[in-house]
Design a binder for this molecule. Structure first.
Ligand SMILES: NC(=O)C1=CN([C@@H]2O[C@H](COP(=O)(O)OP(=O)(O)OC[C@H]3O[C@@H](n4cnc5c(N)ncnc54)[C@H](OP(=O)(O)O)[C@@H]3O)[C@@H](O)[C@H]2O)C=CC1
Ligand SMILES: Nc1nc(O)c(N)c(N[C@@H]2O[C@H](COP(=O)(O)O)[C@@H](O)[C@H]2O)n1
Length: 256
């Protein structure tokens, strides 16, 4: 746990909405990941790799605390079993963890995840320090499957799918309905790709900011930032700031 009491200054480049504005017209979307020098975010068969050093990992937890929600795909839940908390930050009643949102069209979310187990044992933890996992699934998922996930303690939000996926373009309106004004999307590869490619109706990027931690290491065989074949037509990034944090370079960018 850190003694630093405020977020790194350069995160002001995220340009997040005022937390006192409960419903901005466009919820803010930050896309973030940590990668190796050879464009990988995980090892062979998706094995989790710790790429971020101490300083940049702490920065990631500050970013989590600055957003109202944190989103990952079900692939990341199944492979990494993340906690999505802010446990590296000093404990303070004003620093709250973001609301976890899982993109899970078929509702594969198992009750054995850390997200679920930690929520179900929340009475043992400081009030407000753990959030209920909220799962966005397809409307086609059976009532029985939804009831079972809810009985296990998750909140399930069925929505209509586009080509079997939760369309990135539907996320802003879902967030507005849920009362969430900002989201930090952490991955994995398929989710990063679909949001990097996503455009609003006016042609602008759906993503407001991209924050990439580049670690000075090669992974070799592993999972790319985007899946093989999806590197084409990736958007142009405009660098707003690069911060050296320990061994890593952290880049804050806008998408053109
Ligand atoms: N280094 C880093 O910063 C990070 C690394 N990772 C790594 O990423 C890997 C996981 O990536 P990956 O396997 O691609 O899984 P993802 O976490 O990207 O989840 C992909 C799944 O999410 C569902 N989904 C719903 N809507 C969408 C959408 N719009 N776009 C894409 N997917 C959608 C689909 O589920 P379904 O198939 O059921 O329909 C899809 O298969 C792990 O190895 C993990 O370690 C993850 C996060 C950060
Ligand atoms: N910032 C960052 N650096 C790395 O090196 C990583 N491997 C990740 N991965 C993300 O963090 C999740 C796991 O951490 P928690 O258990 O939630 O603290 C993992 O699922 C990825 O989303 N991130």
């Amino acid at each position: 746990m850190s003694n630093q009491l405020t977020p790194p200054e350069f995160l002001s480049h995220l340009n997040l909405p005022n937390p006192n504005d409960p419903s901005p017209s466009n919820p803010h979307i930050t896309l973030t990941w940590a990668q190796s020098l050879d464009f990988r975010i995980a090892g062979e068969r998706g094995k989790r790799v710790i790429l971020s050093g101490e300083e940049s990992m702490l920065m990631t937890h500050w970013m989590r605390s600055m957003h109202q929600a944190i989103l990952v795909g079900i692939g990341t839940v199944l492979l990494d079993d993340p906690r999505l908390q802010i446990n590296l930050l000093p404990s303070s009643p004003t620093l709250l963890p973001p609301q976890p949102l899982i993109l899970d069209p078929k509702l594969r979310f198992p009750p054995t995840t850390k997200l679920q187990i930690e929520w179900n044992s929340r009475s043992l933890r400081p009030p407000g320090s753990v959030c209920q996992p909220w799962i966005l699934c397809g409307e086609e998922v059976s009532k029985e499957r939804i009831s079972s996930a809810e009985e296990n303690g998750a909140r399930v939000i069925p929505i209509s799918l586009v080509d079997g996926r939760i369309s990135p373009q539907t996320l802003p309106s879902i967030m507005t309905q849920l009362g969430l004004s900002s989201v930090m999307i952490e991955g994995g590869s398929r989710v990063l790709s679909s949001f990097l490619h996503a455009r609003r109706q006016d042609g602008s990027s759906l993503v407001d900011r991209v924050v990439v931690t580049v670690a000075p290491t090669f992974i070799g065989n592993g999972i790319g930032v985007v899946p093989l074949g999806e590197e084409e037509s990736l958007p142009e990034l405009i660098n707003l700031h690069t911060e050296i944090m320990g061994k890593d370079a952290v880049m804050v960018c806008k998408v053109r």
